[in-house]
Ligand binder design. Structure first.
Ligand code: BDP
Length: 729
C-alpha cells in the first residue's frame, strides 16, 4: 500500500464519513423505549436557534428531590432538543435565563410578584411566562410546590418537542381532578392480567436491592402527564402484598416514584384478616377485624410514610367481600377507611360488581350502590368503569355517574387493549375517553357531563379522580403495540384536564413520538382518529356487545352459549332470534334504561330517538327495522361489519405512505401488525355476519366480498389467537 500521509488519510476518512452520513436515511432505528419523551434535536434550524436564544441558561435555586428531578429532566430535555448542554447557574447573568421554582425555594420567583396568579393554580399547578427582570428577558416556570415546577418543566419541554413558539408563552395550568392514577393488573408472579407487553415491570426477585433504571423512566413518563398515583398490583389481589417481604420492596418503588409526585396504592384482598391475620372472619363490623386492618395499615405506613391507600375489588368475579359476611359495600369500605384515616390514606372501592342472580347484568352496580349513597366515609371514593358492563368497545356511560351526589366517584378507563385486539391491533382510545367524558348525564340540566361530575363540579366531591388500567411490561417499548402508548398519553393528559380533545392529543403524541413533519402528522392522526371506530365496527357495531370468545377475550365467538354463568355468554347480550336482535332494556324488558336521568332515558328508550350506535344495547328489534341510513337493520349491520374491515385496509394503505418519513423500525413493526389486524378484522366480520345470518336468513348483498369459509370454519377457530400463550388467559 502506498504511503499516505496521516493528514491526508484523516481528511479522506472524514470525507467518507461525511458522505455516508449524507446518504444515510434521515430516520434512524428507534425502539420506542423513550415513549413521548424522546428529546431529539429540533429539526427546524431557525426555531432551534430561537429556543437557544431564549433558553440560554437554567437557574434553579434548590435541590429537593423533586427539584433535582426537574433539573435533570430540563438538562436532558433541553440538551437533546437544542443539541447543546444547558448551563445551570445560580443567578441570572444575561438575557435568556430559564428560571424554575416556587416563591419559597427561589428568591427570583418570590420577587416576581406572581402570588395572585399562583393562588389560582393550587398545589400542583404552574405558570409559565416570559417576563422582564432587571432589564433581562426570562422564561419563568413558577408553582406553589416543587411538584408544580416539575409539571411545568414537562409542559415547557412539550412546547419545544411539538415545535411551538415560546416567545410570548403564557400558560396557567392546574389539574381538574385530584387523584390521577394508573392501575396495574400485575400479579406477584409477574404475569400481567390482560397485559400483553411482557412480564410485570416490578422485579420482585431483585428488589429491594436492585433499582432497575426502568422504574425511574416509568415515573418520568407518568409525571410528564401529571399522573400522581399508581396502584401497582392486580385488583384480583394476592394477600401476600401486605407481608413484610413485599412491603420492603414496595417501599423502594415508592422512594423512586416520590420525587415525581407519584403515590403508591396497593390492591388488597378483602379476606386478608383470615389469610394473613389468622382470624376466622373478615366481617367488617367485627372489632378484631378492625384491629387487624389498623395494625397492618400502621405497618404499611411505617414502610411508606406517604402511602396513597387501598384499591379494592370485592364481591366481584370470585373475589371475597363484605357480602360474604352479610354486610354491604359501605361496611366493607369503611373498615379500611377507618384504618387509613389517621394516616390520610384513601380507599378506592370498585363498583365493578355483577351477580349471576340478577336478571340483567347492566343493572347490577347501580342497584347495589345507589342505596349506599352517603354511607361511605369521606376518605372513600367509588371507582366506576366507564360503562355498565365492562370496557366493551362501545358502551353507554354508567348510570352511576350522576346518581351518587353524596359519594366521591371516580372514573375507571382501560388503556390496555383487552377488548381491542391486545398488542396486535391499532386502536387509539383517546376518542373513546373523550366520548365518555363528554357524555351528558343531564342530572343537573344540560351539560352535566361525566367529566364535570368526576371533577367535582356538579357535586361537592372531596376526592375527585380518574384511573386508567395500563399494561406496561418488560417489552422494550413498554406497551407491546407502539400505539398503545398513545392511549396512555391521552388518558394521562385528559386526567389532568378532561376538556382536552382526542384529536389535539393525538397530534401532540405524534409530534413527540414520531415527527413534527406535517406529511407524517396528518395521515397518522387520521389513522388514529378512525381506529377505535374501526374496531367497534368489525367487532360489535350498532350497540352489540360482548361477542368475544371467553377466557382470552380476543377473537369472535358470538355463538357462545353454554357457560356456568349466563352473563359470560355472548347470546345473553345479543339475544338474536329469527325475528330480530338486541337486548330489550326498556319497560318491556329489564327496564335498565330507568337508571338514567329521565331525559337520557327518553332518548335511549325511544326507538325513534336512540342513536344507531346504541340501538341494540337497549332494544330488541326486527331484522327489517328501518335505520337512519334508509337501510334495514340487517343490511346496516352487514354494512358496518364491512366498513370496519375497509377502514383497516385504508389504515394499511395510509400507513404505507409513511415509509421513509419515519424510522424504518417502527414503520415495519406497525405495518406487520396492521396486516395481522386486517386478517383478524376479516375473521371477526365473517364470523359475526355468518352467525347472525343463521338467524336473519337474509343475504349478504352481492356487492360485498363473500366470506371465504362457512360458519363452522370460524367456530372451530374460536380458541386460536396467534400462538397459544398463557399470558393471554
Ligand atoms: C375484566 C377482565 C378481568 C378483570 C376485571 C376487573 O376480564 O380480567 O379482573 O375486568 O376489572 O374486564 O376486575
Amino acid at each position: 500500500m502506498k504511503n499516505i500521509p496521516i493528514n491526508s488519510l484523516f481528511k479522506r476518512l472524514t470525507l467518507v464519513l461525511f458522505i455516508s452520513l449524507m446518504l444515510a436515511p434521515s430516520s434512524f432505528a428507534e425502539d420506542g423505549y423513550r415513549m413521548w419523551l424522546r428529546y431529539d434535536k429540533v429539526n427546524d434550524n431557525e426555531l432551534r436557534q430561537s429556543y437557544k436564544d431564549q433558553l440560554q441558561h437554567l437557574v434553579l435555586e434548590t435541590s429537593s428531590e423533586t427539584m433535582s428531578a426537574t433539573k435533570s429532566e430540563l438538562k436532558m430535555g433541553l440538551g437533546g432538543l437544542l443539541d447543546r448542554p444547558i448551563e445551570v447557574c445560580s443567578g441570572i447573568n444575561s438575557d435568556g435565563a430559564l428560571v424554575a421554582g416556587t416563591p419559597s425555594n427561589s428568591q427570583i420567583i418570590s420577587s416576581l410578584e406572581l402570588e395572585d396568579a399562583l393562588k389560582e393554580v393550587g398545589p400542583e399547578g404552574f405558570l409559565i411566562r416570559r417576563m422582564d427582570h432587571s432589564g433581562n428577558k426570562l422564561t419563568v416556570i413558577a408553582a406553589n410546590e416543587d411538584i408544580g415546577v416539575l409539571y411545568g418543566a414537562f409542559h415547557l419541554l412539550r412546547e419545544l418537542q411539538t415545535e411551538q413558539s415560546i416567545e410570548s408563552i403564557d400558560v396557567k395550568s392546574a389539574p381538574r381532578v385530584r387523584h390521577r392514577t394508573v392501575n396495574h393488573w400485575d400479579n406477584l408472579d409477574r404475569l400481567v392480567e390482560r397485559g400483553y407487553a411482557g412480564l410485570s415491570l416490578w422485579e420482585w426477585g431483585t428488589l429491594p436491592d436492585y433499582k432497575h433504571p426502568r422504574y425511574t423512566d416509568y415515573a418520568r413518563f407518568n409525571a410528564s402527564l401529571g399522573i400522581n398515583g399508581t396502584a401497582i398490583n392486580n385488583v384480583n389481589a394476592n394477600p401476600e402484598i401486605l407481608t413484610d417481604q413485599f412491603l420492603e420492596k414496595v417501599a423502594v418503588l415508592a422512594d423512586i416514584f416520590r420525587p415525581y409526585g407519584i403515590q403508591v396504592y396497593l390492591s388488597v384482598f378483602f379476606d386478608s384478616p383470615v389469610v394473613l391475620g389468622g382470624l376466622d372472619t373478615a366481617d367488617p363490623l367485627d372489632p378484631e377485624v378492625q384491629e387487624f386492618w389498623n395494625e397492618i395499615t400502621d405497618k404499611v405506613y411505617s414502610y411508606i410514610p406517604d402511602f396513597g391507600g387501598y384499591l379494592v375489588k370485592a364481591d366481584s368475579e370470585g373475589q371475597p367481600g363484605p357480602h360474604g359476611y352479610g354486610r354491604d359495600h359501605a361496611d366493607g369500605a369503611n373498615v379500611l377507611a377507618r384504618a387509613l384515616e389517621p394516616h390520610g390514606g384513601l380507599v378506592i372501592w370498585r363498583a365493578f360488581v355483577y351477580d349471576p342472580e340478577q336478571e340483567d347484568r347492566f343493572r347490577e352496580a347501580y342497584d347495589e350502590f345507589l342505596p349506599l349513597d352517603g354511607r361511605f366515609m369521606d376518605n372513600v371514593t367509588v371507582q366506576v368503569k366507564n360503562g355498565p358492563i365492562d370496557f366493551q368497545p362501545r358502551e353507554p356511560f354508567s348510570p352511576l355517574f350522576g346518581a351518587l351526589p353524596n359519594t366521591n366517584t371516580i372514573l375507571e378507563l382501560q388503556i390496555t387493549q383487552e377488548y381491542f385486539g391486545f398488542n396486535f391491533h391499532l386502536a387509539y382510545k383517546g376518542t373513546y375517553y373523550e366520548e365518555v367524558l363528554r357524555d351528558d348525564t343531564r342530572v343537573k340540566g344540560e351539560g352535566t357531563t361525566v367529566g364535570r361530575i368526576i371533577a367535582g363540579e356538579v357535586f361537592d366531591y372531596e376526592h375527585t379522580g380518574m384511573a386508567g388500567v395500563i399494561n406496561p411490561g418488560t417489552d422494550r417499548n413498554w406497551t407491546g403495540h407502539p400505539f398503545v402508548q398513545s392511549s396512555w398519553y391521552a388518558y394521562g393528559r385528559m386526567a389532568w384536564d378532561y376538556t382536552l380533545g382526542a384529536e389535539e392529543l393525538a397530534e401532540e403524541w405524534i409530534r413527540m413520538t414520531f415527527s413534527n413533519d406535517e406529511k407524517v402528522i396528518e395521515p397518522m392522526k387520521e389513522i388514529m382518529m378512525e381506529s377505535k371506530e374501526a374496531g367497534v365496527n368489525y367487532r360489535s357495531p350498532l350497540g352489540l356487545t360482548h361477542l368475544y370468545a371467553q377466557g382470552h377475550h380476543y377473537g369472535p365467538a358470538p355463538w357462545t352459549a353454554d357457560l356456568p354463568r349466563a352473563d359470560w355468554t355472548a347470546v345473553y347480550y345479543h339475544q338474536a332470534t329469527e325475528w330480530g336482535i338486541g337486548y330489550d332494556r326498556t319497560e318491556t324488558g329489564s327496564n335498565a334504561v330507568e337508571q338514567f336521568h329521565p331525559e337520557v332515558a327518553a332518548v335511549f328508550g325511544d326507538l325513534n330517538k336512540i342513536p344507531d350506535d346504541y340501538l341494540l344495547w337497549f332494544h330488541h328489534v326486527p331484522w327489517d327495522h328501518p335505520m337512519n341510513s334508509g337501510r334495514i337493520l340487517w343490511d346496516e349491520l352487514v354494512h358496518k361489519y364491512y366498513k370496519g374491515v375497509e377502514t383497516v385496509r385504508w389504515m394499511q394503505e395510509t400507513w404505507d405512505s409513511l415509509e421513509g418519513l419515519i424510522d424504518q423500525e417502527r414503520f415495519e413493526h406497525v405495518k406487520a401488525l396492521l396486516s395481522i389486524q386486517e386478517r383478524d378484522a376479516v375473521r371477526w366480520r365473517n364470523s359475526c355476519v355468518l352467525y347472525f345470518q343463521s338467524f336473519s336468513g337474509m343475504p349478504i348483498p352481492e356487492e360485498y366480498e363473500q366470506p371465504e369459509h362457512d360458519l363452522q370454519h370460524y367456530i372451530e377457530l374460536e380458541n386460536i389467537i396467534h400462538v397459544p400463550d398463557p399470558w393471554y388467559n
